[in-house]
Design a protein around this ligand. Structure first.
Ligand code: GAL
Length: 380
């Protein structure tokens, strides 16, 4: 009898131990630390996601902002490849007009005159882009909102779930919008971003992440040596206010042809009206893939050997070569200078509400907007 009891106890503790180790394996170890107080006094936090391979991504629930991405170079040395700040002040400073690492919404990119019409009703949103157009959701876009954050995922694939309720009429947009964004780390040194949104009135939506990449390391002088490939035969030319003309033009024979790996600096200073309007590259490329999660861009940095691939379900990607960076913002990597980083913003096309020939950005009650983007890092 005694023996039987002993065996039962041993089996019991073994089971408990197995359950505990399974739990430890499956629950993510996400560090949460205070990051500063938002302008309205609310405490915001910084969350650290680390995968078993060592890839580390830091995200604050202020603006759903990615502050750091640490990935290895070809000598296995980890470095930070995105421009960011180590406290909230860098983000809330009036000198920060760059949207470093933030989630962008309700409408990423520009809307001409800040005006659009839905079901015969015209809406005016803030003209926060030099008083001419609306940019990245208006005066107080999703990048300046505090998101509700919940750690999730597993120890192998840690994740952070973010939720924001954008009220009806916020920044002039109709409908209460529920926005859910999940950042998660995959098995391949990859950061995946899943976006979902619903509305209770007809509205428009365009969501992206505005990370600035320098694969040599944040703070390195320039990205002009980065080799870029874009899976795009076409792009949307712009006018002098960076608003698409509505044309969809071929890239062949232009400085916009990145179909084969091309260094960013190869043609950036050529005399070309589109480059003059953008002050460099600041254009939406029409992705060739028409469905599913497909490769959109590849960036290769020769010194570090780091490679980044961008996969997305979105129809477009804004390639912005950091032309407005001017060294005023001093972050973890030092001053962030002119063209010292590039953005690859997966998105619907700019000003889509005013261009019926562009894929629609209208969202109606009962529909769910969904998109996924993956930033995958490796070396060569
Ligand atoms: C980019 C946009 C640029 C500039 C930048 C923020 O997404 O394409 O024109 O506004 O954001 O400084």
């Amino acid at each position: 009898m005694k023996r039987l009891l002993l065996v039962a106890a041993a089996v019991g503790s073994l089971l408990a131990l197995t359950a505990l180790s399974q739990k430890m394996q499956s629950s993510p170890d996400i560090q949460k630390e205070p990051f500063g107080k938002a302008p309205d006094g609310e405490q915001v936090f910084l969350y650290t996601l680390k995968s078993p391979s060592g890839m580390t991504v830091k995200i604050t629930n202020y603006g759903g902002t990615v502050t750091q991405i640490l990935v290895p170079d070809r000598n296995k040395k980890f470095g930070d490849v995105v421009l960011g700040f180590n406290s909230l002040d860098g983000y809330t400073s009036k000198d920060n007009t760059a949207y470093f690492g933030a989630l962008i919404g309700r409408y990423a990119n520009r809307i001409a005159g800040g005006r659009f019409t839905l079901d015969g009703k015209t809406y005016q949103i803030p003209k926060n882009d030099h008083g001419v157009n609306s940019l990245h959701g208006g005066d107080v876009g999703f990048n300046k909102r505090i998101w509700q954050a919940t750690p999730s995922g597993t120890a192998k694939n840690p994740a952070l779930d973010l939720h924001y309720t954008s009220p009806d009429g916020e920044e002039g947009f109709p409908g209460t919008m529920q926005v859910y964004v999940r950042y998660s780390l995959g098995n391949d040194n990859d950061l995946r971003i899943d976006y979902r949104a619903t509305t209770d009135k007809i509205t428009i939506v365009n969501l992206t992440n505005h990370s600035y990449f320098n694969l040599e390391g944040a703070g390195s002088a320039t990205v002009l040596n980065h080799k870029l490939t874009l899976m795009a035969d076409k792009f949307t030319p712009i006018n002098a206010n960076l608003i698409p003309t509505g044309a969809i033009a071929g890239v062949a024979g232009t400085p916009f042809d990145f179909r084969k790996p091309t260094v960013v600096g190869a043609h950036i200073n050529e005399k070309n009206q589109q480059l003059e309007y953008g002050k460099g590259y600041d254009h939406n490329f029409v992705l060739n893939a028409s469905s599913g999660l497909a490769l959109a861009a590849k960036v290769e940095e020769p010194k570090s050997g780091r490679v980044m691939e961008v996969l997305t379900t979105q129809p477009g990607i804004q390639f912005y070569s950091g032309n407005f960076l001017d060294g005023k913002n001093v972050g973890i990597g030092g001053p962030y200078r002119y063209r010292s980083a590039l953005c690859l913003e997966t998105q619907h096309f700019p000003d889509s509400p005013n261009h019926p020939n562009f894929p629609s950005t209208v969202l109606k009650p009962g529909q769910e907007f969904r998109s996924t983007t993956v930033y995958r890092f490796s070396t060569e």
